[in-house]
Design a protein around this ligand. Structure first.
Ligand code: PMP
Length: 388
């Protein structure tokens, strides 16, 4: 099929939920992807912060191939080695104790909310304005974006109290005897790459400890090295009770999960939660390879170094371009807020061979593979300079 045929058939057969860019991506290699018509792009979006090792990382591909030949799927009523191997490796790297595997960010958040409610026996979760936690009804209720919630208002689960982001007093005022947890993204992704004040998360963490409230961090977008540390909460020196993860975890295959403390894990007993596919051998083999590559190839160091360079170059560009209102982010999760809508710049960057994204209307979001080089960044900056 050619590009136009693919687009026409999709228009006819798919439920219309995505506003797609008019290209058909066909294959990838490192930070580059190629469309069906042979055009090359530097991928500065990485499938929304997913392809942390770029496209077709050799180690991940080989791990998937090897596992696929051995065993693709079993039921969760049996043990499987790749899942156990990954859990042990990951948990040794974090401040948490137990894992539940899921298949998507929304599902990880759904499970995290359920365990928090069940463990505490309480009914309210405080979430923040402009947050994004997923599209299932429970995670939509947690999401602080009325535009996504409005069509489903009659059926959204109750108990979510939404407060302004980055506002400690608002959190304090929202706490009641029924507060089970505070749920927050360390850095808001979909909401516009919003970075909180340095003390915000630490203060939330202290309030939680003082009042016996659980702290759930949604690290679906910030996790797996995106901000230069394995999880973003390490930047703020806090110890959450629950973290959720997805996106970068499998380097492109659908694997997600949540980690909890030993204590919170007591909230679930057999039968309280489950999944058919979660933690299957194939995706766990991929996640194992991702984690090994992340550490053995110094990917986090590259993220910090190139991320700082990128941010610095963007700040220099900001001095030249009045349109740029703000540059913010950590590691390779960077937002450039414009004083005008950003969609047209996504198009003009794509036409120049760069995949970027715009979120919250006017924030250009840069979440490239963590292996991107300064040379690639130089090319991105030249192109941005031209289109802006
Ligand atoms: N939480 C956050 C912070 C996210 O950024 C996203 C996806 N953009 C989700 C949850 C939902 O993840 P998924 O699309 O895998 O369900």
């Amino acid at each position: 099929m050619n590009t136009n045929e693919i687009i026409d058939i999709e228009d006819k057969y798919f439920i219309n939920t995505f506003t797609r860019q008019p290209i058909v991506l066909d294959h990838g290699d490192g930070v580059k992807v190629y469309d069906k018509d042979g055009n090359e792009y530097i991928d500065v979006f990485a499938g929304i912060a997913v392809n942390i090792l770029g496209h077709n990382n050799k180690r991940v591909v080989e791990a998937i191939q090897k596992q696929a030949e051995k065993l693709i799927h079993i039921s969760n009523i049996y043990y499987n080695e790749p899942a156990v191997e990954f859990a042990k490796k990951l948990i040794d790297l974090t401040c948490l104790d137990r894992i539940f595997y899921a298949n998507s960010g929304a599902e990880a958040n759904e499970g995290a909310i359920k365990i928090a409610l069940k463990y505490t026996g309480k009914s309210e979760i405080i979430t923040t304005n402009n947050s994004f936690h997923g599209r299932t009804l429970l995670t939509l209720a947690a999401t602080g974006q009325p535009k996504y919630q409005e069509p489903f208002n009659k059926n959204l689960p109750q108990g979510f109290i939404n407060v302004p982001y980055n506002d400690i007093d608002a959190i304090k005022a929202a706490i009641t005897d029924e507060t089970a947890a505070i749920m927050v993204e360390p850095i808001q992704g979909e909401g516009g790459v919003n970075v909180p004040d340095e003390n915000y998360l630490k203060e939330i963490s202290e309030i939680c400890k003082e009042k016996g409230i659980l702290l759930i961090l949604d690290e679906v977008q910030t996790g797996f090295g995106r901000c230069g540390t394995l999880f973003a909460h390490e930047l703020f020196d806090i110890k959450p009770d629950i973290i959720t993860m997805a996106k970068g975890m499998g380097g492109g295959v659908p694997i997600a999960g949540f980690l909890v403390t030993e204590e919170v894990a007591k909230g679930f007993q057999p039968g309280d939660h489950g999944t058919t596919f979660g933690g299957g051998p194939l995706v766990c083999a991929a996640a194992n390879a991702v984690l090994d590559e992340l550490y053995e190839n110094n990917v986090l160091d590259n993220c910090v170094e190139v991320g700082n360079y990128f941010k610095n170059e963007l700040e220099k560009l900001q001095e030249k371009k009045e349109k740029i209102a703000d540059v913010r982010g950590y590691g390779l999760m960077i937002g450039v807020e414009l004083d005008c809508p950003g969609a047209e710049y996504v198009d003009s960057m794509r036409e120049k061979g760069f995949l970027i994204n715009c979120t919250d209307g006017n924030v250009l979001r840069f979440v490239p593979p963590l292996i991107i080089t300064k040379e690639d960044i130089d090319k991105v900056i030249v192109a941005l300079d031209e289109v802006l």
